[in-house]
Design a protein around this ligand. Structure first.
Ligand code: ADP
Length: 396
């Protein structure tokens, strides 16, 4: 009996021990599995973070603005360019399409993708920023769907075409301006030659010398104007295309002597003075193009300064720049014109410019030449207080 009891107790102890051992090894294996899962989860999270970071870098490197919205038109995602252009740098995610865009065409493009599941493309959509700046975009919107079936949002890509549009408008304006500028002297030449021809055909013996000469002077003046215009246009086109500038150290004194000599008669005729100081002795520039800058600026100073006035040219060194200043005691320029002065054909007083034989291209040529030297040009002026044109050239 005792043996039976002892036997049973041993069996019980062995069974308990067996189950305990089994539970421990199961717990251990479970723990191991949990550890492995944890590791896998950590690696997956890390990979996801890397991918997210990469995606964000790619998205912010894309120059187009990108916006993804959900079915209700709430942003799910937008890149930094989108936030910059459409949200002035800060765009709350709770806004809806209608609160971001005023243009119904943009909303409609997204609705087509969201409701009808179709792609849509719109061209030259205008967006006016809070600062009042207009920008133009080509927009393409595509639906976002799960397994190609359930649409859960739409993705819009805004491609900025403002520069293209501005360039296109500039080209249209330029052609219109050139045609207009050419037409005026051509109409005069046509009128005078026809009158001369008629007079000659009617009575060749009796052609009045005085009026013939007067007409010929007018024709010649208009031809000169046309020649100036065509010359300036060719110059502009050459500077703007990839003309190579041959830079060297140019002596400012030699250049001033040359320009002074070539302008001497003009200045004497109007009883004007032309003086210069060359504290900076040399400038790194293309000599021919630099002379053109000087002639244009000094000639303008002479044209827009009344009889008896004065013009000063100075060459100074300021930090890492060589600074050229052309100052006059002329009519001056009201502040509202300063920003547009360097545009092609922009004139403050059209009649005065024409009367002086101006083409309206001189300052535009100056700006392009200075910019091709990596320099800048600006103006300081007020009505009846004269003007100072300032060009800054980098030291070599
Ligand atoms: P333009 O051939 O008409 O002189 P520019 O491009 O050289 O053309 O100059 C553009 C306009 O800027 C001129 O029509 C004139 O109204 C103004 N301007 C230029 N220089 C001066 C100046 N020194 N003083 C006053 N106005 C000036």
């Amino acid at each position: 009996m005792l043996a039976l009891i002892i036997g049973s107790l041993v069996l019980l102890a062995v069974t308990v021990l067996y189950f305990q051992t089994r539970q421990t090894s199961e717990r251990e294996s479970l723990q191991r599995q949990i550890e492995e899962l944890k590791k896998k989860w950590e690696i997956a999270t890390q990979n996801l973070r890397i991918e997210e970071g990469e995606l964000e870098t790619v998205m912010s490197a894309i120059s187009d603005a990108i916006l993804a919205v959900d079915k209700e038109g709430r942003p799910i995602f937008f890149n930094s360019k989108f936030e910059l252009v459409f949200g002035q740098g800060k765009l709350p995610k709770f806004l809806r399409l209608r609160e971001i865009f005023g243009d119904p065409q943009i909303i409609q493009a997204f609705e087509i993708a969201l409701r009808e599941g179709r792609n849509s493309t719109s061209h030259s959509l205008k967006f006016t920023s809070i600062a009042g700046q207009d920008r133009y975009f080509n927009l393409s919107v595509s639906p976002l769907s799960r397994s190609g079936l359930v649409i859960y949002g739409a993705l819009g890509i805004f491609h900025d075409v403002t520069e293209l549009k501005t360039a296109e408008q500039m080209r249209i304006d330029f052609v219109a301006n050139v045609s207009h500028e050419l037409r005026t002297p051509l109409t005069s030449i046509k009128g005078y030659t026809e009158t001369l021809l008629e007079d000659f055909q009617k009575d060749p013996e009796n052609l009045k010398e005085e009026s013939t000469q007067e007409f010929l002077v007018k024709i010649s003046r208009n031809v000169a104007r046309l020649m100036n215009l065509v010359g300036d246009l060719l110059d502009l086109s050459s500077i703007e295309s990839n003309e190579v500038f041959h830079k060297e150290f140019v002596s400012t004194e030699d250049m001033m002597n040359r320009v002074g000599r070539s302008m001497d008669e003009k200045f004497r005729k109007k009883n004007q003075s032309l003086d210069w100081t060359c504290h900076q002795k040399e400038v790194w520039a293309d000599p021919n193009r630099l002379e053109q800058v000087l002639i244009n600026l000094v000639d303008n100073a002479h044209k827009y300064t009344p009889e008896g006035g004065g013009v000063w040219v100075s060459w100074e060194r300021e930090g890492q720049s060589v600074v050229l200043k052309v100052k006059d005691t002329g009519v001056g320029i009201p502040a509202e014109h300063h920003s547009r002065l360097f545009e092609r054909f922009y004139r403050v007083d059209k009649a005065r410019s024409r009367e002086q034989g101006g083409t309206g291209l001189g300052l535009s040529i100056v700006k392009h030449i200075v910019q091709k030297h990596d320099g800048t040009v600006s103006v300081q002026s007020a009505p009846r207080e004269g003007s100072t044109f300032i060009c800054r050239f980098p030291l070599k």
